[in-house]
Design a protein around this ligand. Structure first.
Ligand code: NAD
Ligand code: GLY
Length: 354
């Protein structure tokens, strides 16, 4: 088992290792005084791993219950959040009890926000079952649900008490979800430097899950510890995300997040070359690695004006600025402040169409 300790909130461990899931009852012993556990999961993950988790918890002497919702981003909303709070109330859980988020980022964000707000906060454990959740969303304490007018509009910074990542659960992950996770992993490679970047180029992530997850979580841990509440440094984790989010929004979220990030990273690398901030060699290495993982790198056919609108740059007053994360070299990213009115030109240089 590999362990990464995160000093945020009350401090917690991220435990990564094959075979941890059937041992979850023993693992959660680090959270003191717990008697009852509510397992929150979606209707794809629960049938795969729910019984293993419930049995392990029961064997360890916990009283258990579960809350299962329809899988997908559409469930990350106030209605399902309200149903989950009602379930917590009906089950009579107190601040001494525990909630377990068993699933991907949707489950973690939703269950985490319920844990943050139910009775002003009860402990929760993240059990990521997607690659994206393993390397990103299960660590760092961002919890949220969406509103009809935007993603993650209601939420809280609330750190888990423990993260248990069992890479065996990734065996059932659909190929598209694996690739979405790989886009975020390549982002960590660009932020971190040659060692991780070359590792990803040499051998597929699927052949080195534990090592890669541990490295990515450690990188994220450093940003989170430096800037828990996302006021500065944590912004680096948004490499590729400004253009990526715009692409996702223009597609009405039919383009998944990982693909948006891949397109966004390729576009910002190209635009950075055009603006003299990044070498052609760096940009082509990023784009080649994305392609190696079958991730898209070309801007889809959305007009610049629509993309700029989706990124919010059109709404900003004259004189307002935007911050873009620039990949100057592998392992050397900077934050570049631009007038919001310049963003459409960055999109064009990144390969967007009129
Ligand atoms: P997800 O939770 O919807 O999971 C993707 C799909 O994979 C779902 O259909 C799910 O049922 C299925 N699945 C999950 N684990 C599986 C497994 N082991 N086997 C088979 N199928 C499995 O999506 P995601 O990509 O994990 O997360 C996306 C969400 O994460 C978004 O809502 C995003 O906003 C959020 N996010 C949060 C943070 C954060 O810091 N909190 C960071 C990044 C993303
Ligand atoms: N996913 C970016 C962050 O946690 O800040």
């Amino acid at each position: 088992m590999r362990t990464v300790t995160v000093k945020a909130g009350k401090g917690y461990e991220v435990r990564i290792g094959r075979g941890l899931l059937p041992e979850i009852g023993k693992q959660i012993g680090v959270v003191p005084g717990v008697r009852r556990v509510l397992v929150v999961s979606d209707d794809k993950v629960f049938p795969l791993y729910g019984d293993t988790v419930l049995k392990s918890l029961t064997d360890a002497g916990y009283e258990t219950d579960s809350f299962v919702f329809a899988n997908g981003e559409a469930s990350k909303n106030l209605t399902v959040y309200g149903e989950l709070l009602t379930k917590l109330c009906d089950a009579g859980l107190t601040r001494d009890d525990l909630l377990i988020a068993l699933g991907g980022g949707v489950t973690g964000d939703l269950a985490g926000f319920a844990a943050a707000t139910y009775r002003r906060g009860i402990p929760f454990v993240q059990v990521p079952t997607t690659l994206l959740a393993a390397v990103d969303s299960s660590v760092g304490g961002k919890t949220a649900v969406d509103l009809p007018n935007g993603k993650n509009q209601v939420g809280a910074f609330y750190q888990p008490a423990l993260v248990i990542c069992d890479p065996d659960t990734l065996a059932t992950l659909p190929e598209i979800e694996y690739r979405n996770g790989c886009a975020e992993i390549i982002k960590y490679g660009v932020l971190d430097g040659e060692e991780l970047f070359s590792k990803l180029a040499e051998k597929p992530v699927s052949e080195q899950f534990e090592e890669v997850i541990e490295r990515c979580v450690s990188i994220k841990r450093d940003y989170v510890e430096a800037d828990e509440f996302d006021r500065g440094l944590r912004m680096f984790l948004n490499l590729g995300h400004t253009i990526g989010h715009a692409v996702e929004a223009c597609s009405d979220f039919t383009i998944p997040h990982g693909q948006g990030v891949a397109i966004g990273m390729a576009a910002i690398a190209r635009a950075s070359v055009e603006n003299g901030l990044c070498s052609e060699e760096t940009a082509s290495r990023i784009i080649e690695l994305l392609k190696k993982y079958s991730l898209p790198t070309e801007m889809p056919d959305y007009p610049v004006t629509k993309l700029a609108q989706a990124a919010g740059s059109d709404k900003k007053n004259t004189g307002a600025s935007m911050r873009l994360v620039i990949p100057q070299a592998i392992g050397n990213c900077t934050v570049h402040k631009i007038p919001a009115s310049d963003f459409p030109e960055w999109l064009r240089k990144g390969g967007a169409h009129e």
